[in-house]
Each structure stands twice: as C-alpha cells, then as structure tokens.
Design a protein around this ligand. Structure first.
Ligand SMILES: [Zn+2]
Length: 411
C-alpha cells in the first residue's frame, strides 16, 4: 500500500499543485500548505476522539454515507423424518416475509418511551439485512439431523449456548450472519415447566431462533426478536441495566407492557429490552453499531457488503465549518466551497475515482487524519483551486497520512 506521511506530502503539494490546471485557476501561483501545528488551536485535539459512540450516530453521519448492508443466511433445522420444521417451499416464504418485516421495522425507528418526558432524538438506524445469495445458493439451507436440530433453553437437554450446530452447518460465518431456525426439543424431553415460546440467542456472528414453527406464529411476529438478536451481534447489550455504555437508555424494571400504574406505568419500547414493542433504538445504541461498522477489521465490518467501494456521482458539498471526528466511509466527491472548511480528524475512506476539491478560500484541515481507500483501489487525491489571490488551502498535522492516491495527482 502506498502511504505518504504528510511531512513529505507538504513539499510535494507545493511543487505539484501549481502545475495542475483547474477551471478557475487564473495564474500559476504557489499553493498555501500549512502545518496544523503552526496554524491551529488546541480545540481540535479535545474533539479528536474518534471513539465516542455518539459521534457515530446516524443523526450525525447518516447524510455522508449510504445505509450499511448486512449479509444474512438462514438454516432450517429439522428432524430426519422432516416433521419438525418448514419444508423448503414454505421456508423460502417465511424468510422473505421475516426479512422484509425486520427491515421495515428497522427503518421505522420510534421515539423512546423512557425516561418519561425524554427528548432523545430519533435517528435513522441506517442498516438493513440482505439475504446472501451466491455460488448457486439462495441463502436458505435445510438440514435434517435428529441430534443437532433441536433447541432447549431449560432442563437437562439445555443446549442454547452450544456451538455444535453452528460449527457443523454455518456458511461463511466470518462474513455472514448465520440464522438457525430451530424447533424446541420434543415434548417427551421437556421438563414440566418448559415453555415453548419464540426465543433466541446470539452466539458470535450466528444466532439461534426457536419456536416459530411450533407456535404457528406469522413470520412478522418474530421480526423484532431477529432485530434484537442481531443487535447483540452488532455489539449491543440489554438496555434495562446501566452497563450498556449508553446514557440514553435509562435503567428500568424491564416490564413487558405498560400498566395503569406502578413501576410498569410506562414500559420501555427499546429494541434491546424485553417488551411488546422493541421498536426504538437510541442515538448511542446506533452509534455503538456504526462505530463497529467503521472500525477496520472489526467482526461487524466483515459482515457488510462493501457498498462504500462504488462511487456515487452526487458530490458532498461542504458549506460552513464541518468537523469529521469519527471514522467515515465516503463514496462521493467532496467539494469544499469558498469560505468553508472541512476538518478530518480520524480515518476517512475515499472510494475509487473520488477526489476532494478545495475551492479558493476554502480549507481542508487534516488533523491526525488517515485518508485512504479500503477497497484495494485508488482515489484521485486533493485538488486545491485558486482564483486571483484566493487559494484553496490544505492544513495538515505531520501525523496525517494520505494513501492509495492515483499517481497523476501527486507526482
Ligand atoms: Zn437479548
């Protein structure tokens, strides 16, 4: 990977940019390139966290990137006599309805019920599920195995945390959420207080769901369960306690539904509690998810279809003073208008053939930034425009790194 420390790039830019011909460039003047240390106040360092989940809330970053797409597949576990789960034709329809409804619910994020009187913003979750169809497979598998097909979350046959079925049947576990649709253990194996309900458990990048077939529920009735379990895979904890790293999910009694009065007067509607709604995600919860999506090499990022690799031809226009102090994947050109500034303070992916253009009197500030292409391709680099005495300015700290830039721009 070509990687350039800004220290060296500063020299290159002053030598090279002057020879570039831009539309509004009126003369061959040298371009102002300043080191951030000489130029800027300490304020940016305080903001330069890159790690606070709230910085990754789609309320902040949603306008800069497309919704993330999570690969999923399904495994219908059945007994060898094929009597304990859906047949392939029915299973296909179950999956279609379930995924459609889960995606719809995700895109219909609701306002939080708790705390009472809250003004917690409602952000678009900005992620969806896509059935992984490749290698001639439609992403739905059927397995017949009397030993491994059943699910138990109680009693001496309890196996809900076992990985055996996942180890044997998962497909592409490092890059696809594998969803196992399992029947509960047969009646003769159950304790007398064993309840056959729709239930689930997340294990790494796989999850088990049980009870849909026996309870004869409609697929949409377990869509919130699916969203809850995938929420765990994406890094969320149950939110009724205070150990979920989010201050916008208050501690509460985890009531199933609201009652007339008492501690359940207002029940939670959060997706990561147990309640009859599970339709709300907070900015912090979504921030936790998108932070993991934006971390290189995270297990959650590996689950995504890399839709940030393909260029979108609509540019991002920067007006005013914009600070990106979170990692971002951008697949559009960026144009910083005259008088505007963009500060990049973390990792920034630029899709192939995109560029950052700084108009005269605009500023691009790289504060310990890493600007690169995460798809093994090259982006087109930074263009500093000038008109008369007005110049586009690049301000950079020496720790900043530019890499994966196409040769014509920088040499
Ligand atoms: Zn849970």
């Amino acid at each position: 990977m070509k990687s350039y420390r800004l220290k060296f790039l500063l020299i290159i830019f002053t030598l090279v940019i002057v020879s570039l011909n831009f539309n509004c460039s009126s003369s061959k003047q040298s371009v102002v390139v300043t080191q951030l240390d000489d130029f800027y106040s300490d304020e940016l360092d305080a903001e330069n966290s890159c790690s606070d989940p709230l910085l990754y809330s789609p309320c902040l970053i949603g306008k800069y990137s497309d919704a993330k797409l999570i690969r999923i597949n399904f495994h219908f576990m059945n007994s060898e006599d094929k009597s304990n789960n859906y047949a392939p034709k029915e299973g296909t329809e179950v999956v279609r309805q379930l995924v459609k409804n889960a995606n719809l619910r995700l895109s219909s994020n609701e306002k939080m019920n708790l705390p009472i009187g809250n003004d917690t913003p409602v952000c678009p979750p900005s992620y969806q599920y896509v059935l992984q169809q490749d290698h001639g497979e439609n992403g739905i598998f059927y397995h017949y195995n009397d030993e491994l097909c059943f699910f138990a979350n109680k009693g001496k046959h309890r196996n809900n945390y076992d990985y055996e079925v996942i180890k044997k049947y998962s497909v592409g576990l490092d890059s696809v959420v594998n969803i196992f649709m399992m029947p509960h253990i047969p009646q003769k194996m159950r304790d007398k207080n064993y309840s056959v309900t729709s239930t689930g458990v997340a294990l790494g990048t796989a999850l088990k769901m049980a009870g849909l077939y026996e309870t004869n529920k409609k697929p949409w009735e377990v869509a919130t369960l699916l969203n809850h379990e995938i929420g765990h895979i994406l890094g969320l904890r149950h939110s009724w306690n205070t150990d979920d790293y989010c201050t916008d999910t208050p501690r509460h009694s985890n009531c199933w539904s609201s009652r007339v009065k008492g501690k359940c007067a207002v029940a939670s509607n959060n997706a990561m509690d147990y309640n009859n709604s599970q339709m709300a995600w907070t900015p912090c919860q979504l921030g936790v998810i998108h932070k993991s999506f934006n971390q290189l090499e995270s297990k959650q990022r590996n689950l995504l279809i890399p839709n940030w690799c393909d260029k979108n031809n609509t540019p991002i226009i920067i007006e005013g003073h914009v600070v990106w102090n979170q990692a971002l994947d951008i697949n559009q050109d960026i144009i910083i208008l005259t008088g505007a500034s963009l500060t990049v303070a973390c990792r920034l992916h630029m899709a192939a053939n995109t560029s950052i253009t700084v108009e005269p009197d605009g500023q691009l500030i790289l504060n310990n930034a890493q600007v690169h292409n995460d798809c093994g391709q090259q982006w087109n680099g930074i263009q500093l425009l000038s008109k008369g005495k007005k110049k586009g300015v690049l301000v950079a700290s020496v720790e900043s790194i530019l890499s994966d830039i196409q040769v014509p721009i920088i040499e």
